[in-house]
Design a protein. Structure first.
Ligand code: ATP
Ligand code: MG
Length: 306
């Protein structure tokens, strides 16, 4: 069953197209990662899916509800963690959860139990009476997720939940996301951390409002398995700058003494070592390496804009 179905979804702000005819499907229990740089259109998309923003064009259903006609029903049915967490700093952990539980109509008889259960699941052991102002970002982040889950929704939309949180806390957060998916919840999560796409069942790349890829990390990598090489050279910085003049280099990145390059799959690179040596760049080795999602993303961005 599908939790999210979107077709040609578009949002314009006056003449500016923030989201440009995107179509995709998210299945129940799936972790769908929505990746893109600042200003790509992630928040605008998520807000349309959550019934907060009305699309300019296109259509979509969330849990069978229409994103234009059933915005109120969607807001009640889904969980949403906004980019700024939206918690009350002067209230305590428990007061925050009680407040949002009330808004979502969680019966008061079961609210206390629900809060305890969520705090346990989020691994928050800080006393519930602690005001938020005293909490580190990692705990606030998990509390914001608890808030989004207070009414036990089937699907949660998380807008850059891990930004501004340290790597350890980010990892912990992802473990909680896995638990949710295992329980059958659908998780739609935006991020600009490439490595987080690896944690998702499926990743969509958005740039300039356009969806430029939508597949499992494994499939995305398969598409590029013969395209990425590591060049090792003592003069890697000089060589790196020289690569600008080579039109077949789709993408390049420096990693210490090594340069990773992305080239078209039909490119014969066997002569490259000799060529570089002749130009005065001694090359120790050139070897094919598995693509990273960053390679793929940047290649797709380049292919889209050229
Ligand atoms: N209410 C608005 N009026 C005009 N332009 C807007 C509005 N909201 C967003 N935009 C523009 O639409 C584009 C997409 O914005 P959006 O917030 O969806 O990006 P994002 O991918 O969430 O970025 P970030 O990673 O910074 O959160 C940006 O260029 C933004 O300036
Ligand atoms: Mg955003």
């Amino acid at each position: 069953m599908e939790s999210v179905v979107v077709k040609n979804l578009t949002k314009k702000f006056h003449h500016f197209v923030a989201v440009d005819r995107i179509s995709f499907v998210v299945k129940r229990g799936e972790i769908f990662g929505f990746l893109g740089p600042n200003g790509a259109g992630k928040t605008t998309t998520i807000k349309m899916l959550c019934g907060i923003l009305t699309p300019t064009d296109g259509e979509g259903q969330i849990l069978g509800f229409d994103i234009v006609k059933d915005q109120q029903k969607i807001k009640q049915a889904i969980g949403y963690m906004s980019q700024r967490f939206s918690l009350y700093e002067d209230l305590s952990i428990e007061e925050n959860l009680r407040f949002f539980g009330g808004i979502y109509g969680v019966p008061s008889a079961t609210l206390k139990e629900r809060i305890d259960e969520l705090l346990q699941k989020m691994e928050i052991s800080t006393p519930p009476s602690t005001p938020l102002i005293k909490l580190p970002a990692g705990i606030k982040q998990r509390l914001a997720l608890a808030k989004a889950l207070i009414h036990n929704p089937e699907i949660v939309f998380l807008d850059e939940p891990t930004s501004g949180v340290d790597p350890l806390m980010r990892r912990k957060f992802w473990e909680i996301i896995y638990t949710l998916a295992q329980e059958g919840k659908t998780v739609f999560v935006t991020t600009h951390y490439m490595e987080e796409a690896e944690y998702c069942h499926r990743a969509g790349f958005i740039i300039g409002g356009k969806l430029i890829a939508d597949n499992s990390p494994g499939q995305l990598k398969k598409e590029f398995e013969n395209n990425v090489y590591a060049i090792e050279s003592e003069k890697s910085i000089e060589l790196f700058h020289h690569l600008v003049s080579l039109p077949f280099i789709i993408h390049k990145a420096l990693f210490g003494k090594k340069i990773h390059i992305v080239v078209p799959p039909d490119k014969d690179i066997s002569l490259l070592k000799k060529e570089f040596r002749a130009l005065g760049y001694p090359v120790v080795s050139i070897e094919q390496i598995p693509p990273s999602l960053e390679n793929i993303f940047l290649t797709k961005v380049k292919n889209t804009s050229s």
